[in-house]
Design a protein around this ligand. Structure first.
Ligand code: AZC
Length: 829
């Protein structure tokens, strides 16, 4: 066993003295896994066997450090971050593990010696899509950063058996298929059935008197399930720390109800099991809009109940005084999904541990902080009290009691302001009596944060203004970030090598060192190399899309990329209107085809399966693509590529190849965005509104290196206030009118006019997110894009400056902000 480097920060020093850390050493581990885990010889091994053996052999190199990390944590007794998140969009794990263990070349060589191509092995990995989009990917970036920064953290979540659906297109329509990511088993997890946790639901409460004569309450549950912990290793980069991601899977208490079985009803006996196990069966595919479904509430309670129990019983030393719990854990509530943890902790402390209410409340408040990820009021979760009371009767009581004392505080602070009290109440009466989870989180959390500067300000001023008036010091901002390990170092090896050749490799852990690239923007030789990297990344993407989707990207095009969930507020339609307007201008002779900048627009987007309009927009994009891509009059100068099933695996290929990053939401709608950061860090220029983190990106890269367009948030709010009439813009803007008319003409639907009526009339009649109002400005900004792109030296200069100036968006920096401002925790080495 290795490894006597004390606080090694250099990944190579850490493992250099491990004899396994060599080609022959890895070969031994690999063959052993092939034999012992897969039960096949090298000669008979399938590609899948080879992947499983590679992955589990690589994991060997992390397990010692993982166990050592546990010991270190136990000895240090410092504060742990308990990241509570219903979603983790992890992406493929193999490359990340190879990077953390510094094994990439060794494994490549070892496999090659046996005629195995690592690239092919890699392709076998099915990514765990246990998240919808930004929120889940952010959680994955954060746990990577905490491990890298030596901070004790347990990520807690759900091991969905089916992650985000696989998207396919049939005649241009989205079709969802189940994501069977576990069909061939995951080589990355350790399951511990012996550490299963009991989780209860339903039933009723009753009061009793304890030996001291005190009146107590207990919950008599109606049914329960077990939560099985599945541990994933979260290796830090350049450190020995390997943290844990603990995902819970549901299992029936009694695998069989024997009595029923003996009476001959086999099916009924198994049914109970299926019912219980449904809890962790599938990820809800909604993004930014809540799903008020009983099963979803079950999922939420299931995973936080498991997690709290696990931390208290297994992570603290026996006999630990729970009055001091806040010294040892801070549970970060990733949006409202885990907020039911608040009454759960109260219940544990009061009913199980005998705390008085006030003591329990003080402890609880010290253990939670809340991150809000939205600005859409309709996206804030509420649960009907009828449902909550039925599923979690004791929790409903506790929530009511929290609300009673909270209301007393509000009334004492703002006497006579009954309207304010009603606005702030955790329980609302309208439209049906419900619990507002964001209010509960804000009342209980020690801090509340938004995810970009503008978002945090709007959160204070517009979403939770009464709360920020009551507790101004509770509100803070932490701008999101992304991990440079996955999104630069792994996904963009060309850029990584180029950058490292000039400023050294320290940036992988200290991304602010990217500022050392600034002077190189003026170095013509560097610009040429930078362009060569981009060209190679485009070539790599061409191969991927050809193989994966049968899409042939043209060469030499400006790659204009819009990848994110399909949402009206994100305005994929605005992007599409731009494409259609270019097409229309060529058809009508307003623009000569040779004046078009050769451009391919790449879309990647999943729509929530129940979101009709979003799905219609996907159909429209595909329909426009089918016509535009084939029209010889365009001479191949304008195209749309819409690969299905955009996911992390594809993002890692797409982002490094992009020239232009589309971040075009209506100002005041996108909380932050994180794709915007990934593109900038990989040298794409952004065309964007003053929304979310775009504001900060533009502030850092400068106006000359960013294409700003559209209304800002106050302007959009003012226009809405005034009464927004999209149809009058349609009537007065000739270009817009021709564009919409072309869609309505039926040209994209085989001559059938009105086929996309749902999309066009949503725009003409309502245009909730004011695409028409920003249309002219967007087209103007696109002209500026074309002008700049025509000057490749100027474009490259801007691209380099984007990289040089966006080191701020490392999730390591986000973590530092959380540690300083919210968690008050630090590293343990
Ligand atoms: C997203 C926000 O829409 C996005 O702007 C932000 O960057 C991201 O969170 C991370 O903070 N919100 C969600 O994904 N929300 C849900 C419920 O999925």
């Amino acid at each position: 066993m290795p490894v006597s480097v004390p606080n090694g920060n250099d990944p190579i020093a850490v493992i250099a003295d491990d004899p396994r850390h060599s080609v022959s050493g890895f070969t031994t581990e690999f063959i052993r896994e092939l034999h012992n885990r897969q039960g096949v010889s090298l000669r008979d091994a399938s590609l899948h066997d080879k992947f499983q053996a590679t992955a589990s052999a690589v994991r060997h190199y992390m397990v010692d450090e993982w166990l050592e990390t546990k010991d270190k944590n136990a000895a240090a007794k410092q504060k742990t971050v308990g990241y509570l998140s219903a979603e983790y969009l992890l992406g493929p794990q193999l490359d990340n593990a190879l990077l953390a263990t510094d094994l990439t070349e060794i494994v490549e060589e070892s496999l090659a010696q046996h005629g195995i191509d690592l690239a092919q092995v890699r392709e076998q990995e099915v990514e765990p899509g246990l998240g919808n989009g930004g929120l889940g990917r952010l959680a994955a970036c954060f746990i990577d950063s905490l491990a890298t920064m030596d901070v004790p953290c347990i990520g807690y979540g759900i091991r969905y058996e089916y992650g985000i659906f696989r998207q396919t297109f049939v005649d241009g329509h989205q079709v969802e298929e189940a994501d069977k990511w576990l069909a061939l088993e995951s080589p990355w997890e350790f399951v511990h059935p012996e550490n299963a946790v009991q989780v209860n639901f339903a039933g009723h409460t009753e009061t009793w008197t304890d030996e001291t004569g005190r009146e107590r309450t207990r919950w008599v549950p109606g049914w329960g399930v077990q939560g099985l912990p599945y541990n994933y290793l979260v290796p830090g980069y350049g450190t020995r720390r390997v943290n844990t991601l603990r995902l819970w899977g549901a299992r029936a208490n009694n695998q069989f109800d024997l009595k029923t079985f003996n009476q001959g009803d086999y099916v009924e006996a198994v049914r109970a099991q299926t019912f219980a196990e449904n809890i962790s069966k599938v990820l809800y595919p909604e993004d930014s809009t809540p799903q008020g479904k009983e099963l979803r509430l079950q999922q939420q309670y299931f995973f936080v109940a498991c997690s709290l129990r696990d931390f208290i019983e297994n992570e603290l030393e026996p006999g630990f005084d729970l009055h001091r719990l806040g010294e040892r854990i801070i549970f970060q509530l990733n949006d409202t999904h885990p907020v039911i943890a608040v009454p759960e902790l109260m219940r544990i402390l009061i009913d199980e541990k005998g705390f008085e209410w006030d003591e329990a409340w003080e402890v609880t408040k010290s253990c939670f902080a809340y991150t809000c990820h939205t600005l859409l009021p309709e996206a804030l979760e509420v649960w009907p009290t009828e449902l909550l009371g039925r599923l979690l009767p004791r929790h409903m009581q506790i929530i009511n009691l929290i609300n009673v004392s909270f209301m007393a505080e509000v009334r004492a602070t703002f006497p006579g302001d009954e309207e304010r009290a009603l606005r702030m109440s955790i329980v609302t009466e309208h439209p049906v009596q419900s619990v507002r989870m964001a209010h509960l989180a804000t009342v209980a959390g020690s801090k509340v944060n938004g995810v970009a500067a503008l978002h945090s300000q709007l959160l204070r001023d517009k979403v939770l203004p009464d709360f920020s008036a009551l507790w101004p010091e509770k509100f803070t901002n932490v701008t999101n970030g992304v991990t440079p390990r996955r999104f630069v170092r792994q996904s963009n090896p060309g850029l990584s090598a180029l950058v490292t050749s000039r400023i050294g490799g320290g940036w992988v852990k200290h991304l602010d060192q990217f500022d050392g690239l600034e002077p190189l923007a003026d170095d013509a030789g560097f610009r040429e190399e930078f362009r060569a990297v981009k060209a190679a990344n485009k070539e790599r993407l061409r191969e991927v899309l050809h193989k994966r989707d049968g899409i042939d990207l043209p060469e030499g095009h400006l790659l204009d990329v819009m990848v994110k969930r399909l949402h009206e507020y994100k305005r994929q339609t605005l992007k599409l209107l731009h494409v259609v307007s270019l097409y229309e201008q060529v058809l009508s002779g307003k623009r000569k085809v040779e004046d078009l900048t050769p451009r391919t627009v790449v879309f990647g987007a999943k729509a929530a399966p129940g979101y009709r309009l979003a799905k219609d927009i996907i159909h429209l994009i595909n329909s426009v693509a089918a016509v535009v891509n084939r029209d010889p009059r365009l001479e191949g100068r304008l195209g749309i590529a819409f690969p299905a099933n955009y996911n992390v695996t594809l993002a890692e290929k797409l982002i490094p190849a992009a020239d232009l990053s589309e971040q075009i939401s209506l100002a005041g709608m996108e909380a932050s965005g994180t794709g915007n950061m990934k593109f900038a860090l990989n040298g794409a220029l952004t065309i964007g509104t003053d929304d979310g983190a775009n504001v900060e990106i533009r502030g850092l890269v400068g106006d000359d290196n960013f294409f700003l367009f559209g209304m800002d948030e106050p302007a959009a709010a003012a226009l809405r206030e005034q009464g927004y009439r999209p149809r009058s813009i349609y009537e007065s803007d000739e270009t817009l009118r021709a564009t919409i008319d072309l869609i309505e003409s039926g040209i994209f639907s085989g001559g059938r006019g009105g086929a996309f009526g749902s999309v066009t009339s949503a725009l003409l009649d309502e245009d909730r997110f004011m695409a028409f109002a920003d249309f002219a400005s967007y087209l103007e900004a696109q002209e500026a894009v074309e002008a700049k792109y025509a000057d490749q030296e100027a474009w490259t200069r801007s691209a380099i400056l984007n990289v040089a100036r966006t080191g701020y968006f490392s999730s390591d920096r986000s973590m530092r902000d959380y540690l300083d401002r919210i968690w008050h925790a630090g590293p343990v080495v």
